[in-house]
Ligand binder design. Structure first.
Ligand code: GLN
Length: 499
């Protein structure tokens, strides 16, 4: 069987057993990308030579008898918001076209140290602003379940690469849901670790107090393996948490939730959720009850304000972060004829370099931070953030983890919400509170909605620095659902000839 249909841990086992070489595995994935990515458009850049060279280096070390890290030789797709030395990094924006960063992000440095083979950079909404990948300056990514639909966003490229068997592992980043929502709508698994658990050094900043990188894969165990590979304290990130990385892999393998209290968040599972989403969510809850969990209902009354507060905090921080794109230091430079003023060149560069959604957010954020409005908007949003955190604290006093559907609906059609920012923003209603409180969140598939046959995501939220709890509950739920279905959800994925 080709390695493309295997999980990361299965690939790792065949590599260790000597059944296959890392170069063969990389080549099979590069061939798959060549075969299907014209339809899916998950990748913005495929680093064929680099991937094969990394794989060859792993094979050489293995042949020399070296004991290698767990994921050595396993291929990965990297969201184009992470710097990798010498490799184009655009963040889905025209602004950074042609930019090749001179350094590795900490996540990339850790991937390299773990021998993970980086296949290339994946498509995303421009500067990670969006929920559909339609805001990419390089055209949308298509959902492998139905090519006319969105793969979620902003990390739609990473999720689509997994769902189309172009890579068994991927890196995403999640500011308001960009790992979990794409995972939900593509039938894959995505984890936003506790804020500060994975270094932000070399992650191009959107909203620094919310941004967090995390692991994506097709099953819970693979995300746990990748989580352990990329997490840990980094002095280069001032908000990095200086504490040991939890035992995610061990937790993912426990397959036991007896005696655990699982809290259903009342405010995140009521009106506005598609019928098939609610039905699959309820079945997943039943599966957890059968596995021995105790269900409690918790209320988080301030979650109702989370979306509004997010759309003040995130644009405010983005208006400041994106000020660095000034035509002087990175990326493109427009109109520099030696006569125009620096201000004029800057204006023309920003006018041409940024897309509509990025401009909208810079304007919103600049307004919210301006003198006279700061307290009313940004200040109030920060207060809401504290209230949300208090709601989580109260809920976690009653439950070990909290759960909800990841998104209100399954994947919508490309173009359906592109001109309706508010409708687009509502996708993240259930994911945003997690970022606001800095805690952990996972999405894993819990079935297909009967009305459209598309995947539904189940969200698990764990207290800060207790990310292993998500893996324990997620691993148990995944095993229970798998024994019910008889085969993984993605094996029935449609358009691309999945096995
Ligand atoms: N969809 C949300 C937004 O557009 C979240 C994006 C993200 O997590 N990067 O802001």
């Amino acid at each position: 069987m080709s390695s493309i249909f295997k999980s990361a841990s299965e690939i790792a086992n065949s590599l260790t057993a000597g059944d296959v070489t890392a170069v063969e595995v990389a080549q099979e994935h590069l061939d798959r990308i060549a075969a299907v990515d014209t339809d899916v458009h998950a990748f913005l850049h495929v680093d064929t030579a680099g991937a094969l060279a990394q794989a060859a280096a792993i094979d050489k070390r293995r042949a020399a008898g070296e004991k290698l890290p767990a994921l050595a030789g396993v291929p990965l797709a990297l969201k184009d918001v992470m710097t990798q030395e010498g490799i184009p990094t655009t963040c889905g924006s025209k602004m950074l076209e042609g930019w090749r960063p001179p350094y590795d992000s900490t996540v990339v440095a850790k991937l390299k140290a773990n021998g993970v083979v980086i296949l290339g950079k994946t498509n995303m909404d421009e500067f990670a602003m969006g929920s559909s990948t339609e805001n990419s300056a390089y055209g949308p990514t298509h959902n492998p379940w139905d090519l006319t639909r969105i793969p979620g966003g902003s990390g739609g490229g990473s999720a689509a690469a997994l769902a189309s068997f172009e890579a068994p592992l991927a890196i995403g980043t999640d500011t308001g849901g960009s790992i979990r929502q794409p995972a939900a709508v593509t039938g894959t698994v995505g984890v936003k670790p506790t804020y500060g658990a994975v270094s932000r050094y070399g992650l191009v900043a959107f909203s620094s107090s919310l941004d967090q990188a995390g692991p994506c894969a097709r099953n819970v165990l693979d995300t746990a393996l990748l989580h352990e590979a990329i997490a840990g304290y980094d002095p280069k990130d001032s908000t990095s948490i200086n504490a040991p990385v939890g035992k995610m892999v061990e937790a993912a393998k426990k397959l036991d939730v007896k005696g655990m209290k699982i809290g259903i968040v009342k405010e995140l599972s009521g009106d506005g959720y598609q019928a098939g989403v609610k039905a699959r969510f309820n079945e997943a809850i039943e599966a957890l009850v059968s596995a021995g969990a105790e269900i409690v209902e918790v209320s988080a009354p301030n979650f109702e304000y989370a979306l509004a507060a997010y759309y003040l905090i995130a644009p405010s921080e983005c208006s400041s972060n994106l000020a660095r794109f000034d035509s002087m230091r990175y990326g493109i430079r427009v109109g520099d004829d030696g006569v125009k003023s620096a201000e004029e060149v800057m204006r023309m560069t920003r006018e041409l370099g940024f897309g509509k959604e990025v401009k909208r957010r810079i304007i919103l954020g600049t307004y919210a931070l301006s003198s006279g409005y700061y307290d009313a908007y940004y200040g109030s949003a920060q207060k809401v953030r504290t209230l949300i955190k208090q709601d989580f604290d109260a809920a976690f006093a009653k439950a070990d983890v909290l759960v909800s559907p990841t998104c209100p609906t399954t994947a919508f059609k490309i173009g359906e919400k592109a001109n309706d920012p508010l409708a687009m923003y509502l996708n993240d209603i259930a994911t945003i509170p997690v970022n606001m409180a800095g805690i952990g969140g996972m999405s894993l598939p819990c079935g297909l909605a009967e009305e459209d046959g598309l995947p539904v995501g189940f969200q698990i939220m764990s207290p800060a620095m207790r990310d292993e709890l998500m893996y324990q509950v997620g691993g148990t739920l995944e095993a229970a659902l798998l024994s019910k279905w008889g085969k993984p959800l993605l094996s029935s994925a449609p358009a691309l000839g999945a096995k």
